[in-house]
Design a protein around this ligand. Sequence first.
Ligand SMILES: [Zn+2]
Length: 164
Amino acid sequence: MNSNCLACGTPMKGTRENVKDELIGLDGVTLKGVMVYRCLKCGERQLGIYKIAEMHRQLAMAVARRREKLGPKEIRFLRKYLGLSSKDFADKMGVDKTTVSKWERVDAPAPMGQPAERLLRLMVMVDRPVEEYPLEETGLVEARPIRMVLEEGKGSQAWRIVPS
Ligand SMILES: [Zn+2]
């Protein structure tokens, strides 16, 4: 498959290559056999990555499941995978924005505490749109005894919470 250079319009030819992906911003990740298009006229390089969202998902799951502590680039990658700005991420994690930038500082990162690290991994592993988890609204109201009524349901929903 051929495509034209986005910079100068010259037809480019693609070859399959292994790409150490600087686009992802993670060290040690290689994309195997990716179509790379090069423009012989202006030197522009374009990658043709198949199902890029799925590639990101697989990678995010693998990073979230690693036993090793998360490094600054990994934290940033997972945050971006979740589609969160630093501000939104800070709100979800219950920290201020400067804490997020310290976690993501490559030269001298501040260590992420274990509860925060587990929460981030969990947010990735549940693999649903993050809007469904209004984490920033939790834990802000003063404690009160729980009053809930659970009713036996039918079918796949064995139990459900009903108005008391
Ligand atoms: Zn070009």
